[in-house]
Write a protein that binds this ligand. Sequence first.
Ligand SMILES: O=C(O)Cc1cc(O)ccc1O
Ligand SMILES: [Fe+2]
Length: 440
Amino acid sequence: MAGLKYMSGFGNEFASEDPRCPGSLPEGQNNPQVCPYGLYAEQLSGSAFTCPRSTNKRSWLYRILPSVRHKPFTPMSCGDLTENWNEVEPDPNQLRWKPFIIPKSSEKKVDFISGLHTVCGAGDSKSRNGIAIHMYTCNTSMTDKCFQNADGDFLIVPQQGEILITTEFGKMMVEPNEICVIQQGMRFSVDVFGETRGYILEVFGAHFELPDLGPIGANGMANPRDFQTPVAWYEDRTVATGYTVVNKYQGKLFSCQQDFSPFNVVAWHGNYTPYKYNLENFMVINCVAFDHADPSIFTVLTAKSTRPGVAIADFVIFPPRWGVADHTFRPPYYHRNCMSEFMGLIKGHYEAKEGFQPGGASLHSIMTPHGPDVDCFEKNSTAVLKPERVAEGTMAFMFESSFSMAVTKWGLDTCHRLDKSYYKCWEALKNHFNPNWKPN
Ligand SMILES: O=C(O)Cc1cc(O)ccc1O
Ligand SMILES: [Fe+2]
């Protein structure tokens, strides 16, 4: 939607009033006896009250009616959304999925919620530690319906079709090659404009942060000013037929009815907000001499665990860049990792693999060997090493997690998108060993 405004910065103390109601944000206090314009004050806490200042997150919402005015929650169908990591036997194989199917709206109307499918995950929303990876495939906007995730934060990566997200904090338009984060508990509704697909990284029990920059210095990678937070927008809309609030709670969906739109926040302030980021703004740091640097240099956001340097999950991208390394095999190396690597492709072509398609995915589980396919290896072992554009027009990404993820029944079976011949891309790797080799 043209003309949407955003505020710049990551995790700032923001303040925003819908311009239709000047002075709606109380001055000098959070809880006036009577709020301006007869609004209700409601705090949304994103951290324990007692978290240190550096991690303390909360926002104050000034709204026409408080969220508590609703009928009781009752269970509803979860479709392919699950937090059951024991549906199928563990599978340590390299897994690759062809592009996930988007339902045709002429056949079935599917909105963002009914279009959620869990692919893999681990841990537990109850103990507040773990992750889930979902695909969303949908063709219809949510009407008189919003979603809140009590379990964790959603990092949403649109792959096809822009999504207009109306939140309690205002509206965000998020296009493919942008990402957004809707943090725990924030209510939102998704409008789509055709066949729509994307990836979701859900994290239980931690929020996303910008990675530390260490010796890189004060600037670079994802710069804080490029994160965008919506401005306050409200509607004072009675919905006599019922407005549905869907709540993901302990891995299951519940819904309740109320007779008004939840997007009734006239003003808000705080540092707990939804936000979006355009991946084009990522300032790429990479090798300018020799060797292949680890992909942690491409980390956009990290959800830290309590173990120093170990992420619950990192969001890592493989953006267009120059490859200039001398006397180096430039593509990704062969490896086995103590972390799980789930990859997706927003557009273009990933340098290390044929057959990895936009809208598809791969999972290389903990200690499962993987690396370039045979063509990539042969070509890059003999290539003349000139400076070269890498990944032009492409955006691959990785959700890298310290959790050992289980794949769901949908992911392994009922999505019918698993590429059973994936392992063959390495079968023709030749033995080049020459026991008589001499340095020249
Ligand atoms: O497996 C992958 O393709 C992701 C990846 C990329 C890279 O450049 C180095 C290591 C790595 O795991
Ligand atoms: Fe890898």
